[in-house]
Design a protein around this ligand. Structure first.
Ligand code: SF4
Length: 262
């Protein structure tokens, strides 16, 4: 029989570590004012996930507190958790999140009182987990102490923010979400690594790779590259996806953009 490679062994150990599901459904990490517009928001960390792309990472949902995610999107009050992101469905954008499914379901479960509160001093219970910041909502809506502590206790995290111009301090644990090459260049100048959504007709710059989920089928849990600027890794590009991908536009695609970024 062929000997397993080192990578086989690493993958196997990751699978083992995370196959054990948390008994806890999830935790309320924050109830209070959005850092983006002051409206009431709530952050729930759902402990288990069947999302094949991410693997079984704990997933953070950041939602309006007093109105449901569907209502918030319909009335454009989702700016409390999405800020000025132009991909918001409420603005006719291409955001891939199925608000009416998982997000609405987490909010309903929260309203039924099924999640217990977890104080920042007790985050040690999350120590053996990989955490995805922002299954829905921008982590920039939360007080930064929560994010820094989550980063500190987790095995690894992924994080994406469209609010990178407002919150440069997020660069140590979060990717800047960018929607074209011009924004990508700007994000690098500010010290961020970035995650760029692109049309299939676009090209890669020299400092970019395609998301390994799309090229070799790795889950985010196995890959872990979207965790900010503390690692020496290239920026990530993913082809626009999801049911609303046809809405995505990149007006800058024909412009020549500086490609020699170090
Ligand atoms: S680069 Fe890695 S961590 Fe980032 S989205 Fe792709 S698979 Fe997930």
């Amino acid at each position: 029989m062929q000997e397993p490679t080192i990578q086989n062994l690493i993958d196997k150990s990751i699978t083992k570590k995370t196959a054990k599901k948390s008994k806890e459904l999830g935790y309320v990490l924050f109830e209070g004012q959005s850092q983006l517009n002051g409206d009431n928001i709530v952050a729930i960390l759902v402990m288990n996930s069947t999302n094949e792309k991410t693997g079984n990472m704990a997933q953070l949902f950041i939602m309006n507190k007093d109105i449901s995610p569907l209502e918030a999107s319909r009335t454009k009050k989702d700016s409390a958790v999405c800020g000025d992101c132009k991909l918001r469905q409420s603005l006719g954008g291409s955001c891939y999140v199925s608000i009416f499914q998982s997000v609405q379901s987490v909010w309903n479960t929260y309203k039924r009182g099924r999640y217990s509160n977890l104080e920042i001093k007790d985050y040690g219970v999350l120590a053996n987990r990989y955490i995805r910041f922002g299954s829905y909502g921008d982590p920039g809506a939360l007080p930064i102490e929560i994010l820094v502590k989550l980063k500190a206790v987790s095995i690894n995290n992924t994080s994406y923010t469209h609010q990178w111009k407002k919150f440069p301090e997020m660069k140590s644990f979060s990717m800047a979400s960018v929607d074209n090459k011009k924004e990508a260049v700007e994000a690098v100048k500010m010290g961020f690594r970035y995650f760029r959504v692109a049309l299939p007709t676009d090209t890669l710059m020299k400092n970019e790779i395609l998301c390994p989920n799309t090229t070799v089928g790795k889950s985010c849990l196995e890959c872990g590259l979207c965790n900010g600027n503390k690692i020496k890794a290239k920026n990530i590009v993913i082809v626009i996806h999801g049911a609303l991908k046809g809405r995505f536009k990149d007006e800058t695609i024909k412009e020549v953009v500086e490609t020699e970024i170090v």
